[in-house]
Design a protein. Structure first.
Length: 131
């Protein structure tokens, strides 16, 4: 189940959303809800766009499930700046921070594994071509 709104206020677009899943990971009776808000601001018409996104994942507890809240809850925070050089060609810089599900992977190096168990942060700079 998914519900979202697409709200436009001049150069600002806001999208709040809720997602609901049942029997996640094949575990009967286990549910998950995701709450999301994303905003995009067109700072310079057709040229400069600022985007922010926050998502919260909330997983219900089921005894002996591998998807329980301690492992499966999490957050996602993303911020980006896009500048269009020409139509369909842009430079983008993005920061993302993730906590929770999928980041507690043991890669065999204790210090790095401990860091991954808490969160992952990434910064990207890219040239993007769209066709």
């Amino acid at each position: 189940l998914e519900a979202n709104l697409n709200l436009n206020f001049g150069p600002v677009n806001i999208v709040p959303a809720v997602f609901y899943q049942a029997d996640i990971g094949g575990v009967g009776g286990q549910t998950r809800r995701n709450y999301l808000i994303e905003a995009t601001v067109e700072a310079i018409p057709d040229k400069l766009f600022l985007t922010g996104r926050f998502e919260l994942q909330d997983t219900a507890f089921v005894l002996n499930s591998p998807n329980n809240p301690r492992q499966a809850n999490g957050t996602l925070v993303v911020g980006s700046v896009s500048y269009y050089l020409w139509p369909n060609v842009r430079v983008i810089a993005e920061y993302a921070r993730t906590t929770g599900e999928g980041v507690g992977v043991n890669i065999g190096e204790d210090a790095l594994s401990r860091a991954l168990n808490n969160n992952i942060q990434d910064i990207f700079l890219a040239l993007h071509f769209g066709f």
